[in-house]
Design a protein around this ligand. Structure first.
Ligand code: ADP
Length: 247
């Protein structure tokens, strides 16, 4: 749990150690449709986080007893590659990845029109190639775009970012140094257009005022991310349209 006093000075002369202002996101890069075998895919960079999301389906749900007669079942697997962390991460699921998979699925569930595909499965994978804190938010952003790329009917996109408290200040999008030595970390996922929060977690302690300020910061950033996600999808599909016209 966070909240203990730390020795590391994370803010110097009003700037964070990586030079960012308090309300600044890390750089974001989005590539849509990067995998040939998956029905939908997305490569997403958030600072030093690198993640690939792949979507399969809707396809037949196995095992059959896990089918839902009324709607599709969404499966989400978050996985960190062994080379994605400072020390080699032991391959395979652990408590943390099982928790993140569950939270990520719940963050996306409200936008997926599961009722169109009774008894089917929609499988979502988020593979972390490189991690630097905020991997769950990067995974949710990538998965949301990959779902749209797969043509899964969705009410909207989901966008996600973390806010946190470092050296007593509320800041946007913590990097690993800030996450490790900060006082609180709060990942948020939302449908930006309607300001609907679909997931929110908190590690550490915040006052009510800090929480409200953090949420406002996260909401503003999710709007920015939403625009980038939308633009990436539009670019991808206008490119394929142009290609078709040329043929
Ligand atoms: P998030 O990545 O969503 O912020 P955490 O707060 O649990 O989730 O993790 C913060 C960061 O700590 C990760 O992005 C990663 O860089 C690092 N980390 C997490 N788990 C491990 C692990 N098993 N081994 C090494 N580093 C890890």
């Amino acid at each position: 749990m966070k909240g203990e006093e730390t020795e590391v000075e994370l803010i110097k002369e009003g700037k964070r150690l990586d030079g960012r202002g308090f309300e600044e996101l890390r750089h974001i890069k989005i590539d849509v449709g990067v995998l040939k075998r998956a029905d939908g895919s997305c490569y997403f960079e958030l600072g030093d986080n690198k993640v690939i999301a792949a979507v399969y389906g809707p396809r037949e749900m196995h095992p059959r007893h896990a089918q839902d007669a009324k709607m599709a079942v969404v499966k989400f697997r978050y996985n960190m590659a062994p080379f994605s962390t400072d020390d080699r991460k032991r391959p395979g699921p652990d408590r943390r990845s099982i928790e993140i998979s569950k939270v990520s699925r719940e963050a996306l569930d409200p936008v997926i029109m599961r009722e169109y595909y009774p008894k089917m499965a929609i499988e979502v994978y988020a593979e972390l190639l490189q991690s630097d804190a905020g991997t769950r938010t990067a995974g949710i952003n990538a998965a949301s775009v990959a779902l749209a790329d797969a043509g899964i009917p969705m009410r909207d996109l989901v966008s996600s970012v973390a806010v946190g408290k470092i050296d007593g200040e509320m800041v946007l999008d913590l990097n690993a140094m800030e996450d490790n030595h900060g006082e609180a970390d709060m990942p948020v996922a939302m449908i930006a257009r309607t300001n609907t929060i679909t997931a929110l977690q908190m590690d550490g302690r915040l006052t009510k005022e800090e929480f409200e300020r953090g949420l406002k910061l996260a909401m503003g950033a999710c709007h920015q991310i939403y625009e980038l996600q939308r633009t990436a999808l539009i670019e991808r599909y206008s490119k394929s349209e142009n290609k078709k016209e040329e043929e």
